[in-house]
Design a protein around this ligand. Structure first.
Ligand code: MN
Length: 134
């Protein structure tokens, strides 16, 4: 086994996020594992851009109050202990509410050796109108 000391948090880049987002890489499996686990912290109003994961994603809220929406769906409130699964290829975004911080674990899988495409595909930022639509 190996003890992996805490590493510095990384700021989520402005091309992919709105507002202040920081993440810690908890696990990144070495092949054949494609395990990916990040702890992601969002300040109030902060959110991802629209994106989708080739192999889907599981989110587990550890603190605060968050929002998540699939393309064409309702904006859903998520709270500590809630788990949200977004299936492969489903466009979505996630973030904090405008009044709360939110922290979640994000768990997904990278591309298998025989898979083409992108592990995560990013699109437009979530507009204030989209974010406020609830
Ligand atoms: Mn996602």
């Amino acid at each position: 086994m190996e003890l992996l000391p805490k590493t510095p948090s990384t700021r989520g880049p402005a091309e992919l996020f709105t507002g202040d987002v920081h993440f810690d890489v908890i696990a990144k499996g070495e092949a054949p594992s494609q395990l990916r686990v990040n702890l992601v912290r969002f300040a109030p109003g902060a959110r991802t851009a629209w994106h989708r994961h080739a192999n889907g994603q599981t989110l587990h809220v550890t603190d605060g109050v968050g929002l998540v929406q699939s393309r064409g769906g309702e904006v859903i409130v998520m709270k500590p202990g809630d788990t949200v699964y977004t299936p492969p290829g489903e466009w979505h975004w996630h973030g904090a509410t405008d009044q709360d911080f939110m922290c979640h674990l994000a768990m997904w899988e990278g591309l298998a050796g025989d898979q083409d495409g992108q592990e995560t595909e990013w699109a437009a930022h979530v507009t204030d109108a989209e974010y406020g639509a609830r």
